[in-house]
Design a protein around this ligand. Structure first.
Ligand SMILES: [Zn+2]
Length: 352
């Protein structure tokens, strides 16, 4: 995210805050999130706390006059288009092609609603790999409506899988909080990790089962991490090259002799951390190597996907320049995910 992007994002924050009639603040993003949370909280006060966050999404969407429709097949996309006004259908274009590509969802204001129709309609793409994102996508569309409200005068808005635009990033940041509505989510996380004594994949699975059955494992893990009152990290690792190897491989002028072709190694692809971990100097950098001695490496090679856990020395984890990222004992749980990844939860060992 460069300087231009940051100033564009700031402009977007101020534009949205003004639309919403919010005052001034040093933390405009936080103020917008609080405003949206307050609207959700008001719904819960009026309607009672639902059993799950999916029920919360549906009930809250209905109160915004928003219909959510999940489509899983091309026939279901046709059925949606049959109900859309012709002029709007023309604006939307080839929805089947879009949903066959990287579009996660569209949202529109109905142009000729029947008396029983809701004013807004979000179509959530649940085909193939889009399906696992459907819970978060639903919240993303709800937040579009919350932030734009009556300004949603466009024929429709599409949300792509990759969305670096400031407006889309803001919607995602708000949605990340609302989708795991803290008043309902945090007590369940606390109950489950207290029972286990630490954050584990079992804890996350139980939290998901109890309150967020439609959320992806990935989103639920990140959300749990945000509510853990001790330092912990969530690492998604897979095979990859380091930055200079990547540069050489992508540069046609630098050919490799066969014997020096770089070898992919197990690396951190993506990492996130709990709030307290952010205060520490220890950082698991993207692209850093997973030590061969690590439990993460063991988990990666267990193709049955059984969780491996235990303690290891943080000192073995080194930056590309060679120094350890910290010292002391860490507790690691690692579990292979799919064909190419291993996920790990790392916490500072409380006994150490
Ligand atoms: Zn969007």
């Amino acid at each position: 995210m460069n300087r231009d992007w940051n100033s564009d994002y700031k402009l977007e924050l101020n534009r949205v805050a003004e639309e919403l009639g919010l005052g001034r603040s040093d933390n405009v993003e936080g103020m917008i999130i609080e405003h949206c949370l307050a609207r959700l909280r008001a719904w819960v006060v009026a309607h009672g706390t639902p059993e799950t966050l999916s029920e919360l999404a549906n009930g809250f969407a209905a109160s915004l006059d928003l219909l959510i429709t999940e489509v899983r097949t091309e026939a279901e996309i046709d059925a949606v288009l049959d109900k859309v006004a012709p002029v709007q259908k023309a604006a939307i274009g080839e929805l089947k092609t879009e949903f066959g590509g990287d579009t996660d969802a569209i949202i529109m204001r109905r142009l000729d609603p029947k008396p029983w129709d809701r004013a807004y309609w979000a179509i959530i793409n649940c085909q193939d790999w889009h399906a696992y994102r459907r819970y978060f996508t639903t919240w993303h569309e709800i937040v579009h409506l919350l932030l734009e409200g009556q300004q949603l005068a466009f024929a429709f808005r599409r949300t792509k899988e990759n969305r670096p635009e400031p407006a889309e990033i803001l919607v995602d940041r708000v949605a990340a909080v609302l989708a795991f509505y803290p008043d309902m989510f945090e007590p369940i996380v606390r109950e489950e990790y207290t029972r286990e004594g630490r954050l584990t994949f079992d804890v996350i699975d139980r939290v998901r089962e109890r309150i967020a059955p439609d959320a992806s494992r990935e989103a639920t893990t990140s959300a749990c991490l945000r509510h853990i009152p001790f330092p912990a990290w969530f690492l998604q690792c897979g095979m990859g090259l380091n930055a200079s190897e990547m540069r050489r491989l992508n540069n046609p002028q630098m050919s490799f002799f066969p014997e020096e072709t770089p070898e992919a190694k197990l690396r951190v692809l993506q990492g996130s951390s709990s709030p307290l971990a952010k205060d520490l100097a220890t950082r698991f950098h993207p692209n850093m190597r997973v030590p061969e001695s690590s439990i993460v490496n063991l988990g990666f090679h267990d193709v049955r996907g059984e969780a491996k856990q235990g303690t290891e020395a943080l000192d073995a984890w080194e930056t590309s320049s060679g120094g350890p990222i910290g010292s002391g004992e860490i507790f690691v749980e690692a579990r292979r995910r799919g064909d190419a990844e291993v996920w790990a939860i790392v916490s500072l060992n409380a006994d150490g």
